[in-house]
Write a protein that binds this ligand. Structure first.
Ligand code: NAI
Length: 338
């Protein structure tokens, strides 16, 4: 019973759809920015996720090609294409999870904050669509600067009266993935067995790996602590420089985004003890948003964990992180309020 392809080019709606295989229950997921460097491998990996029954791929360019390509994969999810602002609402109706990697990436010499002017507007528009079409969806926000785009999304949702802080999550998974890898390298461990909590925010000094809480317990020399903290904080820049103008992390980011989205879907399904780090509305510190470990459940975030005991090095790092993070959060809030 082969898939059939339906192209409705003349109406401007270029939709590729295929019959659901086996009618397996699953979640409906939209990727906004699906034709980008992150969006494409992310779409591929989500098409491979057995928890996904419907996958909507939205972008302002090139989504028909990506959708046609991915729709040929013999996995369960039905893939549909949405192209351009006029199809944003159709892309969002009925979604359980919306993943947002739309926006411009960094070039060498740029900070994540330099992306603010372009990406803030993109995130605002996309979130306005969410308030109208799927206000109860879980939102995974990848577009940088995450420290400001999450507060922007929250303000858009508040304005529309649909804000539920339990459903808005800034994706910081890539720094956790990097931290696990770099710690495993230094300690000679298997990265799959290492868990490094990374808290704070998602840029430079706001990224605070808690090396005193690594599992399995490890003890680091002061030199190792400095090396690892700095490498984890600057891992993104390492990739930006190696790509030399061709963008920032896309493949490892897609891997991390899928790991995080899968955790959200397992939480929605009702699995117990699904815990990941994310940048969320929080009372863990005096700041309104902060990244820390959260437990994911049927309605999004079920619990936000406190930071746990910090050593002196981490306490100093936390103060630095909070100072910069407070400014980035305020910048996001002011963007919508002004
Ligand atoms: P890219 O430029 O390759 O792709 C971005 C995609 O967004 C493009 O296909 C573009 O057409 C689309 N887009 C632009 N405006 C849009 C709109 N209004 N609606 C829908 N789609 C729109 O960039 P890449 O490398 O995929 O990065 C995307 C974003 O993710 C950047 O902001 C980047 O800084 C961020 N990022 C976040 C990370 C994280 O850890 N949270 C890690 C790496 C990147």
């Amino acid at each position: 019973n082969p898939n059939y392809l339906k192209m409705e080019g003349s109406s401007g709606l270029q939709q590729v759809s295929c019959r659901a295989k086996g009618g397996a229950p699953g979640f409906k997921v939209a990727i906004l920015g699906a034709a980008g460097g992150i969006g494409q491998p992310l779409a591929m990996l989500m098409k491979m996720n057995p928890l996904v029954s419907v996958l909507h791929l939205y972008d302002v360019v090139n989504s028909p090609g990506v959708t046609a390509d991915i729709s040929h994969m013999d996995t369960g999810a039905v893939v549909r294409c949405f192209l351009g602002q006029s199809q944003l609402e159709d892309a969002l109706i009925g979604m359980d999870l919306v993943i947002i990697p739309a926006g411009v990436p960094r070039k060498p010499g740029m900070t994540r904050d330099d992306l603010f002017n372009i990406n803030a507007g993109i995130v605002k528009t996309l979130c306005e669509g969410i308030t109208k079409c799927c206000p109860n969806a879980i939102v995974n926000l990848i577009s940088n600067p995450v420290n400001s785009t999450v507060p922007i999304a929250a303000e858009v949702f508040k304005k529309a009266g649909t804000y539920d802080p339990k459903r808005l999550l800034g994706v910081t998974m890539l720094v956790v993935v990097r931290a696990n890898t770099f710690v495993a390298e230094v300690m000679g461990l298997d990265p799959r067995e290492v868990e490094v909590p990374v808290v704070g925010g998602h840029a430079g000094v706001t990224i605070l790996p808690l090396l005193s809480q690594v599992k399995p317990p490890c003890s680091f020399t002061p030199e190792e602590t400095d090396y690892l903290t700095s490498r984890i904080q600057n891992g993104g820049t390492e990739v930006v420089e190696a790509k030399a103008g061709a963008g920032s992390a896309t493949l490892s980011m897609a891997y991390a985004a899928v790991k995080f989205a899968d955790a959200c879907l397992r939480g929605l399904r009702g699995d117990a003890s699904v815990i990941q780090c994310a940048f969320v509305a929080s009372q863990v510190t005096e700041l309104p948003f902060f990244a820390s470990k959260v437990r994911l459940g049927r309605t999004g975030i079920d619990e936000i964990y406190p930071l746990g005991p910090l050593n002196e090095y981490e306490r100093v790092g936390l103060e630095k992180a909070k100072k910069e993070l407070a400014e980035s959060i305020q910048k996001g809030v002011s963007f919508i309020k002004k």
